[in-house]
Design a protein around this ligand. Structure first.
Ligand code: GAR
Length: 201
């Protein structure tokens, strides 16, 4: 059984979808812990499913590295096989990525490498594209720059605003995430094979 840690910053709707999938007896992965960089609303989903959680508040640390060190210490307690960034709106420090790679994946509400960063949905709308998408990637030390593990297009409607478009992207993200985690758990998808070398420091 693949053990998974999920890191969030917000509502955690994608986390909830993964928790629901993992509660099915034939799903080959289990969420063992949920972490957040703030008192995220989504931590309530962990509590509801009886999954332990922790918070490493970004604001209490003076540097990204110190915050990342504490995050790594917390993750070490649970020794997860896989770490899923599911709406974690912080860049992990390179030291933490190097320590856990290739076992960190990220969901993103755009068809990467299009529209990376914190505002993937807003940026797609501002660019006036006819379609955007959802992606699940392997995390490297760049901003949403890791190898794509799964992605799918989502059309942009004339009537869309950021909220309606994001609401149509999220179900696609959830489906892709649940499938990628399942394929990692069964060995169908080998993260080590998908990995590219990290930038030398
Ligand atoms: C998701 O769409 C996720 O891809 C996005 O935040 C949302 C979290 O929603 N992450 C990023 O944009 C990271 N660059 P949720 O908290 O309801 O799951």
């Amino acid at each position: 059984m693949l053990t998974v840690a999920v890191l969030i910053s917000g509502a955690g709707s994608n986390l909830r979808a993964l928790l629901e999938a993992a509660a099915e007896p034939d799903y080959p992965a289990r969420v063992v812990v949920v972490g957040a960089d703030r008192e995220a609303d989504g931590l309530a989903h962990a509590e509801e499913f009886g999954i332990p959680s922790f918070t490493v508040p970004w604001r209490e640390f003076t540097s990204r590295e110190e915050w990342g060190d504490e995050l790594g210490t917390q993750l070490d307690v649970w020794k997860p096989d896989l770490i899923v960034l599911s709406g974690l709106m912080r860049l992990l420090p390179p030291s933490l990525v190097a320590r856990f790679t290739p076992r960190i994946i990220n969901t993103h509400p755009a068809y990467l490498p299009e529209f990376p960063g914190a505002h993937g949905v807003r940026d797609a709308l501002a660019a006036g594209v006819a379609q955007t998408g959802a992606s699940v990637i392997l995390v490297d030390d760049g901003i949403d720059s890791g190898p794509v593990l799964a992605q799918e297009r989502v059309p942009v409607l004339d009537s869309d605003d950021e909220h309606t478009l994001h609401d149509r992207i999220k179900p696609v993200e959830r489906r892709l995430l649940i499938d990628v985690v399942r394929r990692v758990a069964t060995g169908e998808l080998e993260l080590a094979a998908a990995r590219r070398p990290l930038t030398p420091s």
